[in-house]
Write a protein that binds this ligand. Structure first.
Ligand SMILES: [Zn+2]
Length: 299
């Protein structure tokens, strides 16, 4: 039975909302037909957005009887994510725009995963992204796709991104969240870290966004072939993580996937990390899995 607005009215979190929709639509094909789904959920039209500096928008009334999604022209994968994000704003009753009846969302909003405590706007943007990710890459389906792929490998990312028709970065983020191994995928450009996505148990990363990727990283030991994932290389753990004196250092394997325009993804795969080690991101990361239980992790 198709999802109906009435059944979704009380869903206060993006996870519950996505879960209810996916349960009501068990035969949703992959790639998820996001525009059709919008139509079934009272989005009357999806139109081009020409406002400079914004990726997407939503026009709606205060009681949310219907909505119009606005999306910037461009690559299909990016448009699909933006449409999912705006659908999330539309379906979450607590999402209230700055300007009555009109949400406008920037590129930075589309990348937001965390919010500062008390910042309502940032929280809404992060929730809309979580919703978009869950609806375009339904966790149970993605885990099925990943099961046959076994060991983590960056070569999986472009193939899965094509299947689910999402960007490589959106897929990398979901891949890290759903993978049973302890991994991180870093998005770099010109040898600098832009963003990082880590498993819950991944140790503290010493490189912050904006900083140069450590000189001893495999990234700097190229040349790397564009669009082909490199072989794995073991690296000294303290290149990437904060190994305290007296602690057992984890073993880290690195892999690089070079892209156009100086972009590259770096995969870090950890073995032998301390089970007790947990960071402050744990709660946020766990919230992605509400209603989408994982099989137990291999020890
Ligand atoms: Zn937004």
């Amino acid at each position: 039975m198709p999802a109906s607005r009435m059944d979704l009215a009380d869903a206060g979190s993006p996870e519950l909302l996505a879960k209810l929709i996916l349960e009501a639509e068990p035969d949703l094909p992959i790639p998820v037909p996001i525009e059709e789904l919008c139509q079934r959920l009272d989005i009357m039209a999806i139109q081009d957005l020409d406002t400079d500096g914004f990726e997407g928008g939503l026009i709606t009334d205060t009681d949310r009887s219907e909505g119009i999604i606005l999306v910037k022209k461009g690559r299909e994968e990016r448009r699909r994510f933006t449409i999912g994000h705006e659908l999330g704003h539309f379906l979450m009753p607590l999402h209230v725009p700055d300007q009555t009846g009109r949400f406008l969302c920037s590129r930075a909003d589309m990348l937001r995963l965390k919010s500062k405590e008390g910042d309502r706007r940032q929280r809404m943007e992060a929730e809309a992204n979580r919703f978009s990710s869950l609806i375009l890459m339904p966790p149970t389906r993605l885990r099925q796709s990943m099961r046959s792929l076994r060991e983590p490998n960056l070569q999986h990312i472009p193939a899965l991104a094509r299947d689910y028709r999402v960007s490589k970065e959106a897929m990398a983020r979901a891949y890290v969240q759903q993978h049973e191994e302890i991994i991180a995928i870093l998005v770099t450009k010109g040898g600098r870290l832009l963003r990082s996505y880590k498993s819950i148990k991944f140790p503290y990363l010493v490189c912050s966004p904006g900083q140069a990727v450590p000189a001893r990283s495999l990234l700097h030991r190229g040349p790397h072939n564009l669009g082909i994932a490199s072989c794995f290389a073991e690296c000294v753990a303290d290149v990437w993580t904060d190994v305290k004196w007296g602690e057992r250092a984890p073993t880290i394997h690195e892999q690089v996937y070079a892209q156009r325009d100086g972009f590259a993804l770096v995969l870090l795969h950890v073995d032998g990390v301390d089970e007790e080690e947990e960071d402050e991101d744990r709660q946020i990361e766990e919230s992605w899995r509400v209603g989408f239980p994982m099989r137990s992790r291999r020890r």
